[in-house]
Ligand binder design. Structure first.
Ligand SMILES: NC(=O)c1ccc[n+]([C@@H]2O[C@H](COP(=O)([O-])OP(=O)(O)OC[C@H]3O[C@@H](n4cnc5c(N)ncnc54)[C@H](O)[C@@H]3O)[C@@H](O)[C@H]2O)c1
Ligand SMILES: [Fe+2]
Length: 387
């Protein structure tokens, strides 16, 4: 099968191996004449970023590079990038990398012409309506991991260093105008990052599907995303050079994010504070807490899991079969079983549970969760108690 396509949902996606060669064309399509490419320091050294800059240069599009973006990006990284963006008179962002670089790049483009401070746009109520739409510059997203799906998302996750919390910033126009999804860019992704980012994509699919509101479109995307992950994540981890596996995982990641417009749940509510306080990788953390949250939600998701099990061709259509598959997948791709193995101990339980309770994703969980329930979930995840 030729794994290539041009899609317009949920935004314009140029999908297929080698399509990074179309970057200058994408800039032209959006009228970007002076782009700033935002990435992270690791990627900035790799040939893929250098090649992209050189190709743009050859096409007459001098492109600046900003790479001071740490994993779990800080507000400081965005502010500094914004200064450079404004002083360089740039007119569009190429957000190039994993979720960290994509979110930083998207936020810089969003803030380009805003007069209010960043945190005024935290994803609470109608905050986004205070933004000046005309001040948002165009974004081209080039994902290099297959996990967050940030390339097709309207949000960015940025760390507020003062409060030590990861905050979600939201605006409909933070959705990139063009995505270049080239699975060749992920061929060199090491197995442990492939595994961890893949678990983020799975968490998006499972959580979006489990949110109880009525949204069959999102549900359909979520279950097919989960099926692609089941088929291809173990292959991508085992053999990173398998281009088909990389392609299917890249689509599955975008599908997870398209589906989670419906909402997320306690996997993400637990994972955000752990990432904030312990600086753990987001997808890895999701992968660890996933089975504990599924078990906790069982009463509310039993029927849905039965249908999912059938779609995934599991041996028996039941909640238990999905649980067994998740546990086996985690083991196969070396995701730890407990939060303790990520360095999380019970001494900060109260802070973790309180932060989780106010995380915007908590309200999407199919079983209502407050501080008490989230604390129980943290204890189970730290100690590895799955009952
Ligand atoms: N905006 C959203 O909707 C959304 C959703 C989920 C997660 N997130 C956020 O995304 C971030 C995590 O993103 P991530 O999981 O993609 O990881 P990441 O962007 O932090 O990257 C992880 C590491 O992988 C390296 N890397 C990336 N691509 C590579 C490649 N092709 N080859 C070799 N190395 C490569 C990076 O240099 C980095 O060191 C977190 O901050 C998380 O909160 C955002
Ligand atoms: Fe996520």
């Amino acid at each position: 099968m030729n794994l290539k396509g041009n899609w317009n949902y949920p935004t314009k996606v140029r999908f297929g191996a080698g399509r990074i060669a179309e970057l200058a064309d994408a800039c032209n399509e959006l009228g970007i004449k002076k782009p700033m490419l935002v990435t992270d320091p690791g990627l900035a050294k790799l040939p893929m970023v250098q090649d992209a800059l050189a190709r743009n240069e050859a096409a007459g599009l001098a492109s600046a590079l900003y790479s001071d973006v740490k994993p779990n990006p800080l507000a400081r990284n965005v502010e500094e990038g914004l200064k450079r963006y404004r002083s360089g008179n740039h007119d569009g962002v190429i957000a190039f990398g994993g979720g960290s670089a994509l979110d930083a790049g998207k936020t810089i483009a969003f803030m380009a012409g805003q007069t209010r401070p960043l945190w005024d746009f935290e994803d609470i109520g109608d905050n986004w309506k205070a933004a000046d739409d005309a001040g948002i510059d165009p974004i081209i997203a080039v994902p290099t991991t297959a996990g967050t799906g940030s390339e097709v998302g309207r949000a960015a996750v940025i760390m507020n260093e003062e409060t030590h919390t990861k905050k979600i910033l939201f605006h409909p126009k933070m959705m990139p105008s063009i995505v270049i999804a080239d699975p060749e860019l992920t061929l060199g992704l090491p197995p442990h990052i492939t595994a961890a980012t893949g678990m983020d994509a799975l968490a998006h699919c499972l959580e979006a599907y489990c949110v109880s509101s009525y949204h069959p479109m999102a549900d359909g995307i979520a279950v097919e995303g989960a099926r692609l992950i089941k088929e291809w994540l173990p292959v991508a981890v085992r053999d990173g050079k398998d281009l088909s596996a990389r392609a299917h995982m890249m689509v599955a990641a975008s599908m997870g994010a398209a589906a989670f417009q419906k909402g997320l749940g306690a996997i993400h509510a637990l994972s955000h504070p752990v990432g904030s306080l312990y600086d753990t990788h987001h997808g890895l953390t999701n992968g660890v807490v996933m089975p504990y949250v599924l078990a906790f939600n069982r009463t509310a998701i039993d029927e849905k899991m039965t249908r999912l099990a059938a779609w995934l061709s599991l041996p028996d259509p039941s909640f238990a079969a999905v649980m067994q598959w998740v546990l086996a997948l985690r083991e196969e791709i070396a995701i730890p079983h407990t939060l303790r193995e990520l360095g999380v101990e019970s001494d900060r339980l109260d802070a973790l549970a309180q932060m989780a309770a106010i995380d915007p994703t908590a309200s999407g969980n199919p079983v209502t969760v407050g501080v008490k329930e989230l604390k129980t979930l943290f204890v189970a995840s730290i100690e590895g108690r799955l009952d």
